[in-house]
Ligand binder design. Structure first.
Ligand code: PNS
Length: 168
């Protein structure tokens, strides 16, 4: 069985991530999309919320499973017995960082974890989760960037913080 892990923060999942998930799911028998529980960062969404949103937006893709992990990707991949990681590349500016992570993971895993890069579809090449959060924070329209159920949850989060927005 051909299996791969698509790791990420997914805070929140965007149409760019979903594009990579759909395309990778066509290439593998099982795709494990895994949310990093990174204690060093303060995310907008909890791991459970991010997992739930990923489950919602991938419910029509049979061979996709959603998981989460802490610590090193190589340790998680070994426990899952998966030897391929998927990452999306939006532009050349992503490449240096991604190359370094891919090389590190290959070294740390003793050659047991390789990375396959998928070029993000052009229409999503500008898109990232941070922009989604910033646009929503300032009351902008994120409907072209994330699915409606995700947009609603982002708005709920910032609805609570409306008083913190800078006033003009
Ligand atoms: O969506 P992101 O934040 O770009 O995803 C980054 C991620 C989760 C793929 C990467 O930070 C990761 O795998 N972190 C786990 C820790 C790890 O294994 N680090 C070693 C590589 S330097």
């Amino acid at each position: 069985m051909k299996e791969a892990i698509y790791p990420g923060s997914f805070d929140p999942v965007t149409y760019g991530h979903i594009d990579v998930i759909r395309r990778a799911a066509c290439m593998f028998d099982r795709l494990l999309v895994s949310v990093l529980d990174n204690k060093a960062k303060v995310p907008l969404f909890t791991v459970d919320e991010r997992v739930k949103m990923l489950q919602d937006v991938t419910r029509d893709i049979e061979n996709v499973e959603i998981g989460c992990f802490q610590g090193l990707l190589v340790d998680y991949a070994r426990k899952q017995n998966v030897h391929i990681a998927i990452r999306g590349l939006r532009a050349v500016t992503d490449f240096e960082y991604e190359l370094q992570i891919a090389q590190t993971n290959r070294k740390l895993s003793g050659g047991n974890l390789d990375t396959i890069f998928l070029c993000t579809s052009l229409e999503y090449a500008y898109l990232n989760s941070s922009s989604v959060k910033e646009i929503a924070y300032f009351g902008g329209d994120i409907s072209a960037l994330v699915p409606p159920e995700v947009a609603a949850r982002v708005k709920e989060k910032y609805g609570d913080r409306a008083d913190e927005r800078p006033r003009s």
